[in-house]
Design a protein around this ligand. Sequence first.
Ligand code: BGC
Length: 464
Amino acid sequence: MNRGYKSIVFLISGTAALGGLLFGLDQGFIANSLPTIQAVYRLDTRGAEGYSSILATGGVIGALLSGLLARFLGRKRSLILAGFIFTAGSLLSAFLLPLGAMMACRAALGFAVGIASFNVPLYLSETAPTRIRGSMGTLFQLMITIGIFLISLTSVFIARVVVSPERALPLMFGVIVVFATLMFLGSLFLPESPRWLMLQGRKEEAIGVLRRILATEEEVAAEIADIEASVGTGGSSGRIVFKRYFLKVLVVGVLLQMFQQLVGINVMIYYAPRIFGFAGLTGIVAMLTVPTVNMIFTFPAIRLVEKWGRKKLLYVGAVCMFVSMVAAGAAFRVIGASGDPSAAGKVPAVILLVSVIVYIFGFAVSWGPVAWVVCSEIFPIQGREVGMTITTMVNWTFAGLLMNNSLTFMQEHGNSSIFFVFSGFCLLAILFVAGFVPETKGISLERIEADLKAGKRMRDLGRV
Ligand code: BGC
């Protein structure tokens, strides 16, 4: 009975890894491929913004439909679909299609990222053995950051070795094709989520899957009883969205994802090489600093999210981001006032570099993983699919809004202005956490749900 245990758990975590990795590969692709894309497709600033943000537009639609897909197609088939679109979209893009078709491929890739960002955490939380379930939310984020790092590294390398943009671009897409194919093939061999099988009334198959994952018959029986109890409460129900307690929790989830984007993370990730360029910093440092720091500091989050708790991390992160955005804005102002980056001297450029590093550290260790983790914890079981669909969509909507407007905003209001705007959002985020976010560390999901239904204030959920 235990023979398949190791390999199946490995397959499950590996697919999670690949789903997150593709999210990161496609998201991170923009930063270092942008100059190459602009050269090949002759895009101006507006065109570059459009190219950057169309992924997010696809992400919003993917997230919107993913709840329905997950319910009707099932979790496994949704993942296969995402893997297929990832593979086809990046393969087609490698043929340097005309601009319109290339943008359609980007939108399709965004659609797949939207499906993955909803389905992978859902599939994992429903399928992975309990003892590794907790760290899976953070693992997903870690893989996003590894994807962003990997694509930056390979893009920088390719752009240096292959000088012609027309020849470099297909290779950059080729890197994504490799991992997308792995995800597509890997998901064909996944077991279906036992919880979804139970929702479909396919109990025997659900037991079969659990036998392959869990070590003993007792564990299988206990898990089936748990699932039966929660499925018995009705699974996901449309009517819950009209309940006051659901709306309360929804507003908190929505604001959490909104602030995760409004602190400016993707502007720093997508446009870091450009931002450094304004300050006269170019080359490898400008291209790899952000993805490297982002990846490295997501590792400590895996432990700290359980040790310090969610709220403390959110505070620490927001304070780091606030201070560093003010410093970066000031450095930019000095650089801008001198008219020529080299005339401003080394000090503002060093301040800029250090503050971007502190900023990325602040995000990676806190808001990056914690926003997703808390959103997967606070919704009552009946409204989890709806709640996570809406909060994931909000995340992508704000990512797209920022992508689509930030370069123009910097052109119109001065490069430094956007940093001050982000610092303002960091302050608001701190107030929001203090006033409304509950500490969910170590509190069972049932307890959170019971407190919510008993009418407790959001920030007091789980407190005695
Ligand atoms: C965010 C993405 C961001 C990534 C960076 C994720 O949590 O949702 O928008 O690009 O973190 O690591």
